[in-house]
Structure formats: C-alpha cells, structure tokens
Design a protein around this ligand. Structure first.
Ligand code: C2E
Ligand code: MG
Ligand code: MG
Length: 631
C-alpha cells in the first residue's frame, strides 16, 4: 500500500545532515536550537513514517497496542514537525520576542488540538482506525491537512507582514522558497498520501534553511574552532535584555608585526592553537575570534575573572608549540560584566573594539576593565554619530552666527559661523561633541562644505556691508587639509553664490596631526584664491610661535581659557604676547568675553576684536540679522 521510494533516501540524507551538524561546534542561539529540534524531528518523523507505514501494512504480525503506538507516535511527530517549522520561521522573523504570551498560546492551539487528537485516536478512531481489514483513515483525518494549512498560511502572512525584520533579502527569499516547498508538499500529500512524499519536501525545506542560514560554518572562524564576530554579534543581540555574563577579551600584542616576523602561515597555525586552547580550557564559555589576534571569552555570571586572567597570563608566558609552529606571543586583557540589557550591540562592540585597541598598546599583561560608564559613553557617541550622518545626508546641518565686535567702536563688524546639528527631539547637539566624531569618521569634509555653503548663502542673501559687517569667519578643521582639492571645492561654492572670498575668513586651529608642509601648501592654495586665515584657539596647547611665523594669518584669536585666566589673575605674559602679535602685523581677537570687566581688561591688553556671550550667544542667521539691523 505504501511507497517508500522517497522516504528511505530522505531518511539517509537527514541522517548525514544530522551527523554533520552535530560534529561542528554550534552557537547556542535560539534560531540554532530551533533548527536542531527541527532536524531531529525531521529525522524521527521520517523514521516513524516508514516504520508505522510498514506496521500498518503488516498489522497482523504485530500486537494491536504496538500498531497504535507506532501510529500515535507518527502523528505526534507530524504535528510537532509542522509546528517546529513555523517556530523556526517565527524566530528568524524575530517574532518570538514581540508576540505576547496570549498570542503565542493562541498560535500553539492548532498544534495542541492535533496532539490531543493523536493521543485519543486509539480509543476514538478519530484520526485513524485499525479494523480487521487493517489501517483506515478516521473521520477527522483531514485535521492533519487543515492544521498544516493553518501554519503555512500564518507563516506566509508573517513573512509579508514582518519582512523588514529579516536582515538580508537573501534570507527572506529563502524563507519564501521554504514556505512554497512546504505548501506544495502538503498538497501533494493530500493528493497521493501513499507516496510518503511530504517527508521529502520537508527535507528540501531543511536543506534550504541549512544552505541559506544554518550552516554552522557561517558562525565559525575559518582558521580555528572558535566562533567568529558575526556569531558574537548575533549572540549578544539575542541575549540582550537577559544578559548575565562575564566577558574576558584577549589581545595578542602587535598582531601585524608578529605576522610579519613569523610569517602568515605560522601565525595562522598559532591562532588555531590559541583557539583550541581557549575552547578546551574554558569549556563552559563561548569563545569568539574577532580578527587580528583578538578573542572574546563569554562566560556565565559565576565565571571567576581573576582566575581566568591568571590562567591566561600563565599560558601566555609559555610558547605556542605545534607541528610547524613555535611562537612566543604576549597578550593583554580586558574584562567586563554584562548584566541585563545594553543600549545596543553596536555600542557594546565599539566599546569592546576600542578597549581591545587600548589593551594592545599596553606594555605589560595588565587587564582593562570596561565599566558601565564606558558603555554609556559609547552609546552616546553612537547616537551622535547617527544624528551627524543623518544631518549630513539630509543636508540639515545648521549654521549659527556669533557677533565679532570691534574693540574701539563697540560695533558688530563680523561674525563667526558655527555648525549645529540636532538630535531626534530637535535639541541642539554641541559641536564640541560632534566635531571630533566628524573628524574621526571623515565626515568633517562634507560637514565643513555644508557650513561653508550655508554661510555663502547667508552672505549672498543679506547686504552685510550696508550694515557694517565686513567678514564672516568659518571654521575649518585641520583634518580637511588632507583633502587635496579643498581649495577648488570651496572656490566653486563661492562662485555658486557669487561671494567675494575677502568676505570670508577661515579659522583654523594648529594641530600636530597636520605636517608643516601640507599645512603651508594648503594655506597657500587657499590664499591664492583670495581667502584669509585666522588662527583659532591660541594658547590651547598646539600653538607654536615658529610655526605661526611661517603661515600668514591676518588675525589671532586668543582662546577663552587664556582670556579667562588672565581676567582672574592678570600677569605680564598676555599683554606682551599681544604686543608681539601686533608687531608681527596680526590683529588680535579675544574669545569668551562674558562680562563688561573682561571687555575692559582685554581692551587694555590691546585686543582689536571681541567675541563672547556678553554680546550674544551664537544664534540662527535671521536672529543674528535682526540684531545687526537693530543695532
Ligand atoms: P571655536 O571656533 O573656538 O568657537 C567658539 C566657541 O566658543 C563656540 O562654541 C562659542 O559658542 C563659544 N563661545 C563664544 N563665546 C563664549 C563665551 O562667552 N562663553 C563661553 N563659555 N563660550 C563661548 P561652539 O559653537 O560650541 O563651538 C565649539 C567649537 O566647535 C568651535 O570652537 C570650533 O572649534 C568647533 N566648530 C564649530 N563649528 C565648526 C565648523 O563648522 N567646522 C569646524 N571644523 N569646527 C567647528
Ligand atoms: Mg572658531
Ligand atoms: Mg576659538
């Protein structure tokens, strides 16, 4: 009656898959656990399908109780498999975290009904009957199909409703394909139940899942037996909210230099040796390799960090010796506690990367502790990074203006353009926070250009000269000097808004990162196009008089800390310094004037211009303009 030609090969293939899957280390994330369950259930279901079909055919040969047992067990596995497929897709679609307990129970109901029907069938004959003529379908046999249809339909629906929860398009298409295969399979089973073909369709689905996202090698570092950084990310993402872990990071010092010294092959073998050592020594932990000789050991809450560090230090005191390897490596460590939830996996991974980087620079084998505060700071930085990227992309960088006041007339004669971006609530983020990030990420170029363009637009739209405003200062970061076509770029913007370059003064701070020659070449390029330069924040550390002489600035801005210190405790240094600047033909601006007496003191010192809250805070363009017009 039953045809086993599909079922037996399917069972063999499932067995191979099972053996292969269990022979590799598996990351204990929910999706993998559900997949293991799926694989085991698939194997068992096919096995019991074949067995129960045989027993049903040869029912006279077996005790009735055994025939019933075989059938009930098969039906139970059948329903469980249908449900396991659904649960797997729900976990990939990240629905398990979102659905309420009630909703989950509701969705489990058809599976529970199927299970109950299977269990009571020997007495009620509701799914199948064993009579003197053998096996026959019971009145509710079709429940098997309806329950499967139900889960197929719900899976399709979720797939469309929650498609954005899937990280990659490829995953989504793979899941769609799985659902189509399962649906076709169940229809074929309904049409030809004796062919035992549904098992093969389920196996096809398992294979698609395996190839698309469940191959354990996706999570393994290729050279070693440890997990990779993708695995670390997924593990942390899933555990977030219920973290109770201790983490120890290991950094092999100077990985690249060591690689050069020992050669790539030796080093790869060495990394393999360390990986094996870590996985074998810390068996109750997950070990991850995150590139360049950096490992993360994620252990349970009761992991003894001190002891772990001691074990590692002792091991790194000895060489790593293998068949073709003999490596002397040193390492340093980081450690942290992970409890409850973290704001985002990104910020944790960034904080980790940075701490590992810092640890790499340590000379000894000390350990750096990553505190909750480090994490919070990292999260804040990430948020600013996101706001900065959004602002640049949406061209939403704003420019505020702060007046520059002439010391002798007391009139506004210029302004400094200062960049502003906003957070999600519309609150202003201070440039002190986002400028360093923009410099670090290379976004400063676009940011600088947008500020420059907005300033040119402002100059173009307002008749500044009519109201006695002769220039606007725009800040540029020394990092921008690494962009060789900077002069041309700024020149084009000037032309676009028909602005005379003499209307703009470029403020730069001197920083050690830019080499003298590059600085001078770039300043000369810009000066050739008509721009004048102002030295900003004089007195904050990098300022260097010899360097100053080489670059022709037109104005020196004394940093507000210098101004403040002098006003608190006057000395001879500042007045002499200002005198020296003037003899070199630089005019001088005092920043950070907050009170009348500060203005008076800086006037006496000989400053030509003032800037500070005493006159106005930086304000949006139109507000600045109103101030100018009404003064
Ligand atoms: P900066 O160029 O020295 O600008 C002066 C800073 O001092 C401004 O801070 C201004 O608001 C603040 N300030 C002015 N008067 C007073 C005062 O009386 N008291 C106090 N406490 N502060 C005063 P802001 O706008 O936060 O800018 C900070 C820094 O960010 C700027 O320092 C500048 O280095 C940088 N920055 C701002 N916009 C840009 C830009 O478009 N490009 C680049 N590269 N850097 C920028
Ligand atoms: Mg400035
Ligand atoms: Mg300044």
């Amino acid at each position: 009656m039953w045809d086993y030609s599909f079922a037996i090969p399917s069972l063999l293939i499932t067995t191979i898959l099972l053996v292969f899957y269990f022979s590799l280390p598996r990351l204990s994330i929910r999706m993998n656990q559900v997949f293991v369950a799926l694989l085991v259930v698939e194997g068992l279901t096919i096995f019991f399908d074949i067995l129960s079909s045989y027993v049903d055919t040869e029912y006279r040969e077996f005790p009735l109780a055994f025939v019933h047992f075989m059938n009930v067990f098969y039906f139970l596995l059948f329903f469980y498999r249908v449900f396991a497929f659904f649960a797997f897709f729900a976990s990939v679609l990240k629905m398990l975290q979102v659905w309420s307990r009630f909703f989950k129970t509701l969705l489990r109901l058809p599976f529970i009904i199927g299970t109950l029907l299977a269990v009571i069938s020997p007495w009620t004959g509701i799914l199948y009957i064993i009579t003197d003529n053998g096996y026959a379908f019971g009145p509710l046999y079709d429940a098997l199909y309806y329950i499967t249809y139900f889960y197929c339909a719900i899976s399709f629906l979720c797939l469309f409703l929650y498609r954005n929860n899937v990280k990659r398009r490829r995953y989504w298409y793979s899941m769609l394909l799985c659902q189509i295969v399962l649906t076709v399979g169940i229809f074929i089973r309904k049409a030809i139940p004796t062919l035992l073909l549904y098992d093969t369709f389920c196996l096809m689905t398992v294979l698609i899942v395996y190839l698309a996202f469940q191959n354990p090698e996706f999570y393994l570092e290729e050279r070693s037996s440890v997990f990779n950084s993708k695995a670390l990310r997924e593990y942390l993402e899933e555990q977030n909210g219920m973290l109770m872990h201790r983490l120890v990071g290991v950094v092999v010092h100077n990985y690249h230099n060591m690689r050069d010294a020992y050669g790539g092959k030796q080093m790869d073998l060495g990394i393999g040796l360390i990986s094996d050592y870590l996985t074998h020594t810390f068996r109750n932990c997950n070990v991850f390799y995150v590139r360049r000789g950096r490992y993360i050991i994620l252990g349970p809450w009761d992991m003894q960090v001190e002891e772990t560090l001691k074990t590692l230090e002792d091991r790194f005191d000895k060489p790593w010796v293998g068949d073709e390897v003999n490596l002397y490596l040193t390492a340093s460590y980081v450690h942290m506690e992970l409890e409850g939830s973290i704001a985002s996996t990104d910020s944790l991974l960034n904080a980790l990367t940075e701490s590992l980087e810092k640890a790499d620079r340590l000379v000894g084998s000390e350990a750096i502790c990553i505190s909750a505060d480090t994490l919070k700071e990292q999260e804040k930085e990430n948020q600013i990074k996101r706001c900065l990227e959004d602002a640049i992309m949406d061209r939403a960088v704003e420019v505020f203006f702060q007046p520059l006041v002439d010391a002798s007339s007391g009139r506004i004669v210029g302004a400094e353009a200062l960049a502003r971006i906003r957070d999600k609530e519309g609150k202003i983020i201070s440039p002190g926070l986002f400028i360093p990030i923009a410099e670090e990420t290379g976004k400063i170029r676009e940011l600088g250009e947008q500020v420059f363009e907005r300033t040119c637009q402002f100059i173009h739209d307002h008749d500044l000269k009519k109201y006695g405003i002769f220039w606007v200062n725009v800040n540029i970061s020394p990092v921008q000097f690494f962009q060789m076509d900077m002069a041309q770029c700024y020149d084009e913007i000037l032309r676009k808004y028909d602005v005379n370059p003499k209307m703009i003064h470029l403020e730069i701070t001197e920083e050690a990162i830019v080499d003298d020659n590059l600085l001078r070449t770039q300043i000369r390029n810009m000066q050739e196009r008509g721009f004048d330069f102002v030295l900003d924040d004089y007195g904050t550390g990098y300022s260097n008089l010899t360097r100053l002489k080489k670059c022709s600035f037109i104005n020196i801005k004394l940093d507000m800390s210098v101004v403040r210190d002098f006003c608190k405790e006057p000395d001879e240094i500042l007045p002499n310094m200002v005198l020296a600047f003037k003899s070199m033909n630089f005019s001088v601006t005092a920043e950070g004037i907050e009170e009348a007496n500060m203005e008076e003191m800086m006037r006496e010192v000989g400053c030509d211009y003032f800037q500070g809250y005493y006159y106005s805070k930086p304000v949006p363009g139109e507000e600045f303009w109103e101030k100018v017009v009404s003064s």
